[in-house]
Design a protein around this ligand. Sequence first.
Ligand code: ARG
Length: 463
Amino acid sequence: MKKNSNKKLWGGRFKKATPKIVDQFNASVGFDQALAPYDIQGSLAHAKMLQKQGVLSASEAKKIQQGLEFLLKKIQTGAFEWQLAQEDVHLNIESALTQKIGPTGGKLHTARSRNDQVATDLRLYCRDKVQGLLKKLQDFQRALLQLAQKNLDTLLPGYTHLQRAQPIRLAHYLLAYIEMAKRDQERLQDSLKRINTSPLGAGALAGSPHPIDRKFTAQVLSFERIAQNSLDAVSDRDFVVETLANLSLIMVHLSRLAEEWILWSSQEFQFIKLPQEFCTGSSMMPQKQNPDVLELIRGKTGRVFGSLQGILEVLKGLPLTYNKDMQEDKEGLFDALNTVETSLSILNLMLPKTEFNQNKMQAALKEGFVLATDLADYLSSRGIPFRECHEIVGQLVAHCQKKGIALEDLSLEELKNFHPKFEKSVFDWLNLEKAVERRQSLGGPAKQEVLRQIKETKKRLQA
Ligand code: ARG
């Protein structure tokens, strides 16, 4: 970045130059240059509107348009020299425009302030990124769905308190994460309504005496709505908070999956075989294959939460309208959007190569009394109050533990000692596959129910 201190575009009333450290402190161009394409898009719309309203002549508007298009190319090829002394992306582009096309460039800022400009840019940026994330979430669900279809008949223990609880299908487990991603998608989709609101034309805070047409610029920029109050338009960063909250929730879900698979990939579980190319080794211990990618997804979740907390703190004490504090809205948002985008991209590549260890899951099912509830359900289906069944099976579990056997190993005689209502048919209930199949309640793990969930999900993801 060039550091030569050009004349400031707001310098009219200033007699003293700002010290370098103030320039550096004040500047946002180091990070807000990411807004450049949106800044130019907004300026093009604004210039077009000024021409339509007779504020700019056709030739002036044309000159501005060509100048902006020239600068966009220069920025995209990396040839643009960003200047710290020009503070931010807006002033950098405006001063470069004037350098390129002469004093006409100075007309672009008619009826506009950086306050409505930056709000416009950030909304356009956010809209783009959120739309990109919607697609990534869609791909994520597709990848999970494929894993579910591939592992339809694999059974494993479902857990509560990280203790083996009841047998489920692996596909059923994977479908649970699809549900989370679906809600994440719905939330982002809903937030677009509010992100997609045009603040352009609010000026610094109080609109403009020029005959501007806010509906026109909103339309050109494909905004769905127009911010209805100019004070609110320049000071509203709710959409940043909302986006960061939505991103945080996505990361909660990804982090839970990451944590679970880190555990599952441990020697203690061995439920999952992570693709080697998504793991790394240790510089000292030659045997190690560490699940770094998943650990980083879990770890980076904290940064996203931090950005949400950060923007809430920035906004909570601000009087209306714009305050420079609000420049702090960007880095956290950019970082969080990139973090979520990258985390999803990596998972989308990793999921198709992930394998599950059916034997280990089967072995885990054999221990831990995962059919205890089924045994109680058997008794209760024979008219005994469930509370009583629970007590009896509890005693049976203790009995088995003492003998070092599983519930399935009990003889009918032994069972009858605990309750006379036990009959031969009980062994039908002490069968893992049948236990899962019996759970046909809506949303449950039985094959036909899981197939229904898969079918519905497939239909939704194709639409
Ligand atoms: N760089 C500023 C920001 O990101 C742009 C708006 C500056 N407005 C102002 N009145 N100083 O918030």
